[in-house]
Design a protein around this ligand. Structure first.
Ligand code: 6YU
Length: 501
């Protein structure tokens, strides 16, 4: 790499996993002037390990999806010795579950009945079949614009043939509603009616049975950060505006204006700011504004809320081997994954709970999952009100009027001003072109200006691993590699100018 490369000033905005990955790779390659500006007082962004009653829990990312050789998060976690022996076994890595781990379920209904899983298996199997089929549609060839519309239409048709008795039909459709709410959480969307049928297949899974970090996901962040030079991150430094193309007539290609008025000069800036924030602030964040195609993509791509509600009990009301609890509302045979009256019945959107394991470590702790506008509404309520709603819900579904949770803790990703939601998904009308647009650096190729002024990383810029930690990590490496390639082949190396700071 040319010495002009190692002298280039690179500013990474955001100290989530994509920003850390970009800075890490550039520094390892010999870049000497790399710094990270982070709005908050911590590293990790949506990797956010916390404690609940003294136990380690994850407010954000939970699992390594597809922990196997091709997953860089798995490889790093193994290298840093952060995984359990079971997660490291060849058997675990070889299991191909297509994004849906085969958890052992318990099923409860709104009249307080506990069903056997066999009772609702037809619905679960049909939904799985339809999700697999959804992923096979290519853009332009899909019969419906959204996954939700496709599922409803097909269930109506297929159930008429398969589920003869009326009562069976109704129960299966209610279970379909529950499973659609599960998928809202998986996709981080308000409704499957918002997820594009031509786009859902863009998401790719890797082999490996999803695993967690026994000591917390933030072990990954801490290990990577410990390999960066001290002082590389400036915390509590929100960026207000990126002046690119020398638009403010200073002598650097890019000047970064911070909330406190500080200006930081750079040859290149890597923006890893979440799509939720970009949707709200892109007009004021870039001077000049983004090109139209990039703006439209930011508006078009989906970014929704998925929240967790941790609940601790004195004793378990679920089976010992249970890994997931599904709640089935017996009045939901219309296969709707949205609640009509959000203030009155937002809790109906919570599909159920995952059980935190092993019990010896966690005691009797469940993690409730809720997505969409109902999840953002929940964030605005006082904690006591959320606790009350969860208590009533559990009492109703177990038929036990005295169950009382010890405590709760919920995430609030929509209210987080630097994220404005949880993660991205391909909404109706989105295609791979949108991901190309997201990752395209500025100025565009045709421009005669200094190239690679503004680069884009972050989970929402990855064309097939969006919404994941590995997608975010790979996007950070991708943009670092873009700069490395530029300096190893560039005919017009940048001449860094003196910082105005
Ligand atoms: C995964 C999982 N997981 C649950 C929940 C959430 C997420 N994910 P960051 O936001 O981290 O960093 C940006 C930084 O920028 C941040 O620090 C900001 O403070 C800063 N910033 C913002 N504005 C700024 C400004 N103006 N100035 C300066 N700084 C600024 N992923 O692999 N496994 O189990 C989950 C889950 C509740 C919220 C997850 C999971 C998503 C990851 O957490 C996320 O992608 C990355 O951490 C993002 O890193 P980053 O660097 O890009 O941004 C169709 C189809 C779809 C199928 N999808 C299925 C996949 C399922 C995804 N599952 C997720 C599920 C859970 C439970």
């Amino acid at each position: 790499m040319s010495s002009t490369g190692t002298n280039a000033r690179v500013v990474v905005i955001g100290c989530g996993i994509s920003g850390i990955a970009a800075a890490h790779r550039l520094l390892k390659a010999g870049f000497q002037h790399v710094r990270i500006l982070e709005a908050t007082g911590r590293s990790g962004g949506r990797i956010k390990t916390s404690t609940f009653g003294g136990k380690i829990i994850e407010m954000g990312a939970n699992w390594i999806h597809g922990p196997s050789e091709e997953n860089p998060v798995f490889c790093l976690a193994r290298q840093y010795d952060l995984l359990s022996p079971e997660a490291l076994t060849p058997e675990n890595q070889a299991m191909d579950v297509g994004g849906h781990p085969p958890w052992i379920p318990n099923v409860f209904t709104s009249s307080g009945r506990k069903l056997s899983f066999e009772d609702v298996l037809p619905a679960v199997e049909m939904l799985k079949e339809l999700l697999d089929e959804s992923s096979d549609f290519l853009e332009g060839g899909e019969p419906w614009p959204s996954v939700g519309q496709f599922i409803r239409a097909e269930v109506l048709q297929r159930s008429a043939e398969k589920w003869k008795a009326n009562s069976e039909n109704s129960l299966q459709r209610c279970m379909i509603s529950t499973m659609m709410k599960v998928e809202c959480c998986v996709n981080g969307t308000h409704s499957l009616d918002d997820v594009g049928l031509g786009g859902i297949g863009l998401y790719k899974t890797m082999p490996g049975l999803d695993c967690t970090f026994p000591g917390g996901y933030d072990g990954l962040v801490r290990n990577l950060m410990s390999e960066l030079p001290p002082g590389v991150v400036t915390y509590n430094q929100p960026v207000r505006c990126i002046h690119w193309n020398n638009s403010d007539k200073r002598d650097a290609p890019v000047n970064i204006e911070c909330d406190d008025g500080k200006m930081v000069a750079a040859d290149h800036v890597v923006v890893t700011i979440p799509l939720g924030y970009l949707k709200k602030h892109h007009m004021s964040l870039f001077r000049p504004p983004l090109p139209l195609h990039k703006m439209h993509t930011i508006q078009r791509l989906g970014f929704g809320t998925n929240n967790k509600i941790f609940v601790e009990f004195d004793w378990p009301w679920w089976d010992e081997d249970c890994e997931v609890i599904y709640l089935v509302w017996e009045d939901e045979d219309a296969m709707l994954d949205q609640v009509q009256d959000i203030p009155g019945s937002w809790i109906k959107k919570l599909f159920g709970f995952t059980v935190l394991k092993p019990t010896e470590r966690f005691g009797h702790v469940l993690c409730g999952w809720i997505a969409g506008h109902e999840a953002s509404y929940m964030e605005t309520l006082p904690e006591q009100e959320v606790l009350h709603a969860v208590t009533q819900l559990v009492r109703r579904f177990t038929g036990n009027p005295i169950i009382t949770p010890r405590r709760i803790l919920r995430s609030q990703w929509c209210l987080d001003p630097w994220t404005c939601g949880s993660y991205s998904y391909p909404s109706r009308g989105c295609s791979v072109q949108d991901y190309e647009n997201m990752m395209e650096p500025l100025p565009s190729k045709r421009s005669l200006s200094q190239p690679l002024q503004v680069l884009f990383a972050g989970e929402a810029t990855h064309p097939c691993y969006f919404s994941t930690v590995h997608g975010a990590l790979l996007s950070g490496w991708r943009e670092a590699d873009r700069l490395l390639a530029h300096y190893s082949s560039s005919a017009r190396p940048v001449q860094p100018t003196k910082s105005k700071l």
